[in-house]
Design a protein around this ligand. Structure first.
Ligand code: NAD
Length: 260
């Protein structure tokens, strides 16, 4: 893929998004980095990546809970970088609590950040990609876009929504050279999950490593978490010219979780 391509990766200051940015940078793709980080830190990260890989970068700290900020972010990338070839909707948050106790504000935030933001970025990107005659949209859903787990009502609802939205995006744009796919990871070793493991360790008086193994093997036959880099490599493949026949799919990387 040529260095003229531009990728927008939401939530690329951490975890899966950051690994994805590194893989794409290694492939010479210009990158709009994004996430909740100060402008100073974000601009530093963007400058380091630009220098290391000889690509163009920018950083934006748009709050994905706010549609106006999302629109401004997308317009800024388009104006400053000239194209939008790849959109990776990756940012996400989690809150675990039983449905009957689930705080309303957490529900609203998870639906806004994990689901509605995907609608808003995609709505902006699709006309640009159609004009260019090609595009790749990769939405980071979750196994929780395919199956449920107790205490994750908002997250499961949002991720099932992302899988559905991905299918519609794929169907509407199939004749415009645009593919849309959802990736459905199981456990991935990132700050988002590390918080859940620590909470499990604290609640059950377990050492962190024991809590980690217990959380992973409760759901996954493969007793190891995926490394974020594994997800980044797969996003890169789906974003490449080789993947033009894959569209509208929800693809698990889940250590066998959903095979059961
Ligand atoms: P992470 O916590 O490491 O990173 C999340 C990113 O989202 C950060 O860059 C953060 O700044 C950004 N973000 C959060 N709220 C935001 C907001 N309001 N506005 C803008 N940016 C915001 O998480 P991760 O584990 O790398 O998760 C990335 C994606 O993968 C999420 O959608 C998550 O649901 C999904 N996922 C993760 C796992 C896992 O085990 N870690 C499994 C399945 C799916």
């Amino acid at each position: 893929m040529s260095g003229e391509k531009v990728a927008i990766i939401t939530g690329s200051t951490s975890g899966i998004g950051l690994s994805c940015a590194e893989v794409m940078a290694e492939n010479g793709i210009n990158i709009a980095l994004h996430g909740l980080m100060s402008d100073d830190e974000g601009n530093k990260l963007a400058a380091e990546m630009a220098e290391k890989y000889g690509i163009k970068t920018l950083f934006d700290g748009a709050n994905l809970a706010d549609p106006a900020s999302i629109k401004a972010f997308m317009a800024r990338v388009h104006k400053e970088m000239g194209r939008i070839d790849i959109l990776v909707n990756n940012a996400g948050i989690q809150h675990t609590e039983s449905l009957h106790d689930f705080p309303d504000d957490k529900w609203d935030a998870i639906i806004a950040i994990n689901l509605s933001s995907v609608f808003h970025t995609t709505k902006y990107a699709v006309p640009v990609m159609r004009k260019q005659g090609s595009g790749r949209i990769v939405n980071i859903a979750s196994v929780h876009g395919l199956v449920g787990s107790a205490n994750k009502s908002a997250y499961v609802a949002a991720k099932h929504g992302v899988v559905g939205l991905t299918k519609v995006t794929a169907l509407e744009n199939a004749e415009h050279g645009i593919t849309a796919n959802a990736i459905c990871p199981g456990w991935v070793d990132t700050p988002l999950l590390q918080k859940q493991i620590q909470a499990h360790a604290d609640a059950n008086g377990l050492p962190y490593d024991e809590a980690k193994r217990s959380i992973v093997t409760t759901k996954q036959p493969v007793p190891e978490m995926a490394d974020p880099r594994m997800i980044g490599e797969f996003i890169m493949y789906l974003s490449s010219d080789h993947a033009s026949a894959i569209s509208g799919a929800a693809l698990p990387i889940d250590g066998g979780w959903t095979a059961q």
